[in-house]
Design a protein. Structure first.
Length: 567
């Protein structure tokens, strides 16, 4: 199905745009100073290239990556074309890549112009302007006496008496390549001024040109592989309950691409980011350096290190080039979030339900029910269920329950409440979630089997602390971003049952102290009311009179008397 230009939501920023087929195949990669304006031109009645109508007809979407400027867009375009070899790109289909400047790790280091930097060398680039890169190497060799790829010194530097200070000369050259070119430019400026004063205008012009080469090549626009080698940057943006994470992958000196993760986001950024990182790096090797928007749990860093096999540095950069890369990831996440929200917020929640279904191996999760219980210090024992429809909370179907049996443990209380729920059920859910562990799962599964509902719908238990899912077939799954809806349902049930519990505690303290008596369920309260005739008569009954009631022992009778003494 051809891409619909009216449904494209593209930024006006510089960067690259990517035409994709329905199966996500990359068909074409282009660069632009204004992505929105450039892509719009592809849908004009009179396209400037013959291949454009065919490209547009075969494309189902146009993706993009925002860069910090046109120069980075040029580099990124080249790298993405090399990586994907799109069918409709022709200009860059050769195997060449942009050149780098490298200083080797020899005992007497050499400076190289190369497209494949040797291992162990310090590397700068890539340089879209190959001529400028060669000019910088020539300038640095002459300025500091640096050896070439064959180990030869430039003319005028003697092998015998100029090697003692060679490490210092190398350090100066490295400093210039790192962007600290002030000393070199000042020296060239002095030479240019001297030549001008001596009326040597051609010589002065050559120094002026060299200054231009240094300023043009050693600039903030050049992406340096010394900083961006095997680095991934995680960007994050959120609006209300919707979140967007973007992972920018920078390898071999340049940004290679990005991966986008829309999600339901409630709670802490660190939780949402941790879940998506577990998902993303479960199937691929983590980078040497991972830049994140906020501090993450140390356990995640160890997990990433185990996945990689060597140490992964997890950083929250505050300044410098790594910080700029992280900021760029945030910017892309923000733009992708706006794009997702404009298309429809409901799609995000439905996708979250679909992701959770895939994680659990289920066909669909259009109807989900989750149970949680609450009990504090022998007080009210209550339960609650929440319902999600197509990934969204459906509060009209939320239910609360007062536990009626005498059970004081979580399993007994949940078993009673779920049994009451299932007896009134009009349609089976696609999934029942229990807030608990393996014991909860086995207990509730047995109860459902005994009452004729066994195997009618899937059941899982979600352990709070470990975010681990226990399944009926014995499998255990660690939650990642795909399970965000399951965690949301669990958290919503927890919030709802605790809100109900607090309300009952406050009302009970004013209206009925018996509801807070340990071991006194609804049936026994009804028995007391029938026997004594009302609350006032129970209030004035002695411990001996209470003990005469069937089911009320001495200890329970004492607790009843004590409850009124606090009233």
């Amino acid at each position: 199905m051809a891409v619909d230009p009216t449904k494209l939501d593209l930024p006006k920023s510089s960067g690259v745009y990517i035409f994709k087929a329905v199966d996500e195949e990359v068909l074409y990669v282009g660069k632009a100073t204004n992505i929105k304006q450039r892509v719009r031109s592809y849908f004009s009645p009179n396209p400037d290239r013959a291949m454009i109508p065919t490209l547009v007809s075969k494309s189902s979407d146009v993706d993009f990556i925002v860069t910090s400027g046109p120069r980075e867009a040029l580099v990124l375009e080249k790298q993405l074309i090399q990586k994907h070899k799109p069918k409709y790109n022709s200009a860059f289909k050769d195997d060449k890549s942009y050149p780098f400047i490298a200083i080797t790790d020899h005992k007497l280091p050499r400076i190289l112009y190369t497209r494949r930097p040797p291992k162990g060398s310090k590397v700068w680039g890539p340089f879209p302007d190959a001529g400028a890169a060669k000019g910088v190497i020539k300038l640095l060799r002459r300025q500091f006496g640096i050896r070439d790829n064959k180990g030869n010194l430039p003319f005028g530097y003697e092998e015998s008496n100029r090697t003692d200070d060679y490490p210092d000369r190398i350090r100066l050259a490295i400093s210039v390549l790192d962007g600290n070119a002030r000393l070199v430019i000042e020296d060239l400026q002095r030479r240019m001024d001297t030549a001008s004063e001596n009326l040597q205008f051609e010589l002065a012009a050559s120094f002026r040109d060299k200054i231009g080469i240094v300023q043009r090549t050693i600039s903030n626009q050049v992406i340096k592989s010394r900083f961006y080698t095997d680095v991934h940057a995680v960007g994050f943006a959120s609006r209300q309950d919707f979140g967007q994470a973007t992972i920018i992958q920078a390898e071999e000196g340049v940004i290679q691409g990005q991966v986008n993760y829309p999600m339901i986001h409630r709670g802490r950024i660190s939780d949402s980011v941790s879940l998506l990182l577990v998902e993303h790096y479960s199937n691929q090797k983590p980078p040497r350096i991972l830049l994140v928007p906020t501090e993450l749990d140390e356990g995640l860093g160890q997990w990433l290190t185990n996945q990689r096999g060597t140490r992964v540095e997890v950083r929250v950069p505050q300044r410098g080039r790594l910080s700029k890369l992280r900021d760029l990831a945030d910017r892309n996440a923000e733009i992708q979030l706006e794009r997702s929200l404009s298309r429809s917020s409901g799609n995000i929640e439905y996708r979250a339900a679909s992701d959770a279904a895939k994680l659990l191996g289920l066909e669909k999760l259009e109807h989900v029910v989750c149970f949680d219980m609450a009990q504090l210090l022998g007080g009210d024992r209550v339960g609650a269920s929440v319902v999600f429809r197509e990934g969204r909370p459906n509060k009209s179907e939320y239910r609360t329950y007062r536990v009626k049996n005498d059970s004081m443990d979580d399993l007994g209380m949940m078993s009673e409440v779920v049994e009451r729920w299932v007896k009134k059920l009009e349609e089976y859910p696609d999934l029942l979630i229990l807030d608990g562990g393996k014991t909860h799962l086995s207990t509730i599964s047995k109860m459902l089997g005994d009452t004729g509902h066994g195997g009618k719908f899937p059941i899982i238990a979600l352990a709070k602390r470990e975010e681990k899912v226990f399944m009926s077939d014995g499998r255990q799954l660690l939650m990642d971003r795909r399970g965000r809806m399951i965690i949301h349902a669990r958290d919503e049930a927890h919030r709802f049952v605790n809100t109900f519990h607090r309300k009952r505690r406050s009302k009970g303290a004013l209206k009925n102290p018996l509801e807070h008596v340990d071991g006194l369920g609804a049936k026994k309260i009804q028995t007391l009311l029938r026997y004594f005739g009302g609350m006032q008569q129970i209030r004035h009954a002695s411990q001996g009179e209470l003990t005469a009631i069937p089911g009320i022992g001495p200890e329970l009778a004492k607790r009843i008397v004590d409850s009124f003494s606090w009233d």
